[in-house]
Ligand binder design. Sequence first.
Ligand SMILES: NC(=O)c1ccc[n+]([C@@H]2O[C@H](COP(=O)([O-])OP(=O)(O)OC[C@H]3O[C@@H](n4cnc5c(N)ncnc54)[C@H](OP(=O)(O)O)[C@@H]3O)[C@@H](O)[C@H]2O)c1
Length: 244
Amino acid sequence: MPKLDGKTAVITGGTAGMALTTAKLFAEEGARVIITGRRKEKLDEAVAEIGHDATGVQGDVSNLEDLDRLVDAVTAHSGRVDVLFASAGAHTLNEPLGAATEKSFDDVFDVNVRGTFFTVQKLLPLLTDGASIILNGSAAAVLGNPASTVYAASKAALRSFARTWTTDLKERHIRVNVLSPGAIRTPSFEALPPEFISHALAEVPVGRAGTEADIATTALFLASADSSYITGAELPVDGGLTQV
Ligand SMILES: NC(=O)c1ccc[n+]([C@@H]2O[C@H](COP(=O)([O-])OP(=O)(O)OC[C@H]3O[C@@H](n4cnc5c(N)ncnc54)[C@H](OP(=O)(O)O)[C@@H]3O)[C@@H](O)[C@H]2O)c1
């Protein structure tokens, strides 16, 4: 029996990387998948790649009007959300405290914090009782990695959201969890400077980078009834990086 049979899953930033691989797995497991992304061409490619009658809604999660259009599209599509994977994220590289700018701070917080907050708030009326919300965090939130101050703090905010939203949504039995990836080989990770990648991988206990499939299978676990007694939690998918 497919694990997400008859469910509607919304995945933000689902046009590439781990969220696209997750969208494919969710669709194979019976979900009707709706993905978002800013670039229309990339969105159309991803929708075709997912197949299974997937839908794409163009938009930036940091733009509230785009989020309103997402709500309208989901209302017209199925009128419900059983699984919400809020994955769209932004990062800055090599910006220690003294180098971060007002713009880089706002850009990262607008997408990661404000964008995630309003994605969930605006879709709240469409979330079914018993729905699963998964926030895409980061191992960086609990590490003191150099030059990562703004990004790390923005992802730490998601950990807090999961706790308070679990309480706020308790009556509706909506579960909220954070999936926190470590170093995962996605196109944007591969584009990082080689020295950054080797530094990121040096301390990973399992001795390798994570794969997009490592994230997708964990997201499926958090989305499905297999995790029905897990809420308000953070699940690190980082090869042990933050656990030893
Ligand atoms: N890769 C890693 O090692 C790693 C580690 C820890 C955490 N993460 C987190 O995991 C998530 C996914 O990362 P990733 O490396 O797989 O993919 P990614 O390359 O960061 O992004 C995947 C897709 O998201 C879309 N996107 C970006 N900003 C968006 C926005 N503001 N609104 C809507 N869509 C947006 C992009 O399409 P458009 O440009 O067309 O919008 C892109 O195709 C992020 O939240 C990231 O912070 C990644």
